[in-house]
Design a binder for this molecule. Structure first.
Ligand SMILES: C[S@@+](CC[C@H](N)C(=O)[O-])C[C@H]1O[C@@H](n2cnc3c(N)ncnc32)[C@H](O)[C@@H]1O
Length: 247
């Protein structure tokens, strides 16, 4: 069963969608250094394979692109951020701030379809693959494979009770997120997290559904075996609360 997430509903207003993304970035940034860990993995992967372009797909507010742009070790990488619902203002601002390194694509990019990103491309997806409905997942894996030299998929939750309990606790950082003073959108977060406090509830619902939508390590193995040629060597590493899949 593929339950809905508020984030996937096309008629959810942008102000609420952005608040949900702010909460996610708050949980994964200041609350735990999750993005820092991911960026170290991305740089290592790009370096060891000689890839010069990193494309963040389903980027939302492009947390990985932002973190990478601030990382001296990633200086030689070209960074591209895109999404089906691009955060246009933010992507323009990112491109302006790092004109030699970052390209935020302001048109919608659907990663279930094949794209030509040029040579030497590493595609990265965080907290995003599980948004793809089951019937489109194989097509998406094929499209990602054909569009890149390497793919890195990160998921910060898993389909188990521990992960769901942790997902429930995300209600507290969600309530605290308006206090993230260095992040633009404070008034928006005050509105949706304090005055009309629906965003924390929507976020927790989405987090629980995200857990249910996760593939197990075995499922990843089986699915990739049918799509990816053996020379891409799929690697799947799961913990109780996260997954890193690469091929
Ligand atoms: C939970 S958010 C994660 C955002 C970001 N990766 C992060 O770590 O903060 C999932 C993102 O996937 C995007 N998305 C969902 N389906 C997509 C598709 N088919 N193509 C591109 N982006 C998609 C959504 O618009 C949303 O921004």
């Amino acid at each position: 069963m593929h339950l809905f997430e508020f984030h996937d509903l096309p008629n959810v207003p942008a102000t609420i969608r952005l608040t949900l993304l702010d909460i996610l970035a708050f949980c994964n940034g200041p609350v735990r250094d999750y993005y820092g860990d991911l960026c170290r993995t991305i740089v290592h992967e790009a370096e060891t394979r000689g890839l010069r372009t990193v494309v963040e797909l389903g980027a939302g507010t492009a947390p990985l692109t932002m973190h990478l742009a601030a990382l001296p070790a990633a200086r030689g990488l070209r960074l591209v951020a895109c999404d089906l619902y691009p955060d246009i203002e933010h992507y323009r601002e990112l491109t302006k701030r790092h004109p030699d390194q970052v390209q935020g694509i302001v048109e919608p990019v659907d990663f279930t379809l094949r794209h030509d990103w040029g040579p030497g491309v590493l595609l990265v997806l965080n907290a995003t693959f599980h948004h793809i409905p089951p019937e489109l997942r194989r097509q998406t894996l094929a499209a990602l494979t054909q569009s890149s030299d390497r793919v890195l998929i990160f998921e910060p939750i898993q389909n188990n009770l521990v992960s769901m309990l942790l997902a429930l606790t995300s209600f507290f950082p969600a309530i605290a997120s308006p206090l993230w003073l260095t992040r633009p959108g404070i008034l928006r977060r005050v509105l949706w997290c304090w005055l009309v406090p629906i965003a924390p509830l929507m976020f927790v619902w989405d987090a629980l559904v995200s857990c249910l939508r996760q593939w197990s390590g075995e499922r990843w193995q089986t699915e990739l075996a049918t799509i990816v040629s053996p020379d891409r060597k799929p690697q799947i590493a799961t913990t109780i609360h996260s997954a890193v899949v690469r091929w």
